[in-house]
Design a protein around this ligand. Structure first.
Ligand code: GLN
Length: 489
């Protein structure tokens, strides 16, 4: 499948219609889904309607934007008016939002064609898509392996060309990790850059929506469409949004102008040697492209994971209190009074990982433990932020691996939550500091599984991240490889 720009040219030159592109995509989804299970629901009817509207515009000689007629997947935690939004949870099984999230509204206004709602970990809690209450998504490079999580469906769909681009959300790594496991580009923007209105809340001080694409340019174009101030989100930033796709160049010259910092603490024990080699090579490549490379220490980086697993569950326990069987979603029939209706609804509506988080969060926020856990974790969060601030006084962009290893087998970590949590070791500090982070392919292991390189910049320097990522991407051919869609199911 072509890039956004190529499809756009075909559309305006009337070589292909939006309906043709959409139908082809829907056919591909139909043939691949029995194997991949990327989508919780395919919105074929709506997609064809949206495509017809784009074709009508073209026929009437109207100008269309870059995303018009482009098939796109949406993670199922973004509210879509009239279309079921489940968060991959039983508790929202029949929830049909009466309103549109800001991001999907912006996409529809731009003429994008939504082909489906993508699978995810339940309430975005997980690193493998396996906590979904509905289905397991396969990794397109080996379907017996996980696509990463929590936005695994969005990443797998893009990698397998079931759509051109997609949206995911990232609270502790949920865009970057699946991007790394599926060999695509995934970016988590600065906290507040993209409106969270209509995004089902997991941990509100960490959640951010961001793009997936098979190329840096596609991801940049998608971010441009969804970013921007929204009065409906009180944490939305009111800042000018640069044209991210406009200044992409294939090098980082003049030499030495761009300083890159390698985060020392992300190397060494716990890091797979094949990942280490690929990332080291990528850093050499960035140097060859003109960057000046420094080694940077972020000593508090390693406290990200423990503080995240206090802060995120605490916020989740508060956010998930609203699912009580009364207002919307699933209600247990197995109750004879109000109290037992609440408890039975929550006991059967939430999966085990979500319940674990609610219990941890409730405990950490309880009167006797608040200071010892929650307050302490918030203080550590500040220290991690300071590490990054220090780093950005010395360099422009930080690099490290996205994940310690490549995609693991389905079922391998489901009984060991701690080892599952460790997958996000390198991505979590970025959320705690509210910074933008991007993952892009930087190699493959000996089993043909993709490896991700993470780039991190200071707040609101998404433009710089895209520039560095683009220069690297254009000097390698990792992004041109296609998944086999093989492996034992
Ligand atoms: N894996 C992490 C968690 O389970 C991050 C998830 C996310 O970013 N949504 O909380």
């Amino acid at each position: 499948m072509a890039s956004i720009r190529e499809l756009h040219t075909q559309l305006v030159n009337k070589e292909r219609s939006a309906v043709e592109i959409t139908q082809e995509t829907l056919d591909r989804i139909q043939s691949l889904e029995p194997k991949l299970h990327s989508f919780l629901c395919v919105t074929a009817e709506k997609a064809l309607e949206q495509a017809e509207a784009v074709d009508a515009k073209i026929a009437a000689g109207e100008e269309i934007g870059l995303l018009a007629g482009i098939p796109i997947g949406i993670k199922d935690n973004m509210c879509t008016k009239g279309i079921t939004t489940t968060c991959a949870s039983r508790i929202l099984e029949n929830f049909v939002p009466p309103y549109e999230s800001t991001v999907t509204q912006k996409l529809f206004d731009a003429g994008a064609v939504m082909v489906g709602k993508a699978n995810m970990d339940e309430f975005a809690m997980g690193s493998s898509c396996e906590t979904s209450a509905y289905q397991l998504t396969g990794n397109p490079w080996d379907v017996s392996r996980v696509p990463g999580g929590s936005s695994g469906g969005s990443a797998a769909a893009v990698a397998a060309e079931e759509c051109v681009v997609s949206l995911g959300s990232d609270t502790g790594g949920s865009i970057r990790l699946p991007a790394s496991f599926c060999g695509v580009v995934g970016m988590k923007p600065t906290y507040g850059l993209v409106s969270r209105y209509g995004l089902v809340a997991y941990a509100s001080s960490l959640d951010q929506i961001g793009p997936f694409g098979r190329s840096v340019e596609d991801a940049a174009i998608l971010l441009n469409t969804v970013a921007g101030y929204d009065p409906k989100d009180s944490t939305s930033l009111n800042v000018p949004i640069p044209n991210y796709a406009a200044n992409l160049r294939p090098d980082l010259k003049p030499k030495g102008q761009l300083k890159i910092g390698v985060i020392k603490e992300t190397f060494g024990s716990g890091l797979d040697s094949v990942v280490e080699q690929a990332v080291t090579k990528a850093i050499e490549q960035l140097q060859a492209l003109g960057a000046e490379v420094h080694v940077i220490s972020c000593p508090r980086f390693r406290y990200g994971l423990p503080s995240y697993y206090i802060i995120a569950p605490s916020e989740a326990s508060a956010n998930l209190a609203r699912y009580d069987g009364v207002k919307y979603g699933y209600r247990s029939e197995d109750a004879d009074n109000l109290m037992s209706m609440y408890t039975s609804t929550r006991a059967t509506g939430f999966g085990p990982e979500v319940k674990r988080r609610i219990m941890i969060g409730t405990y950490a926020l309880s009167a006797g433990y608040y200071d010892a856990y929650y307050l302490k974790a918030q203080k550590v969060r500040t220290l991690i932020k300071q590490d990054f601030e220090n780093a950005f006084e010395q360099v422009d962009v930080l690099v490290c691996p996205t994940a310690p290893a490549t995609a693991f087998k389905a079922g391998e970590k489901t009984d060991d939550p701690l080892s599952m949590y460790l997958t996000d070791l390198m991505t979590i500090p970025v959320n705690l500091a509210g910074l933008p982070g991007l993952s892009l392919p930087c190699g493959f292991d000996d089993q043909g599984l993709p490896i991700g390189l993470q780039l991190i910049s200071n707040v609101l320097r998404e433009d710089l991240l895209f520039q560095v990522a683009y220069a690297y991407e254009q000097s390698t051919d990792w992004h041109l490889r296609k998944p086999s869609l093989g492996g034992k199911e």
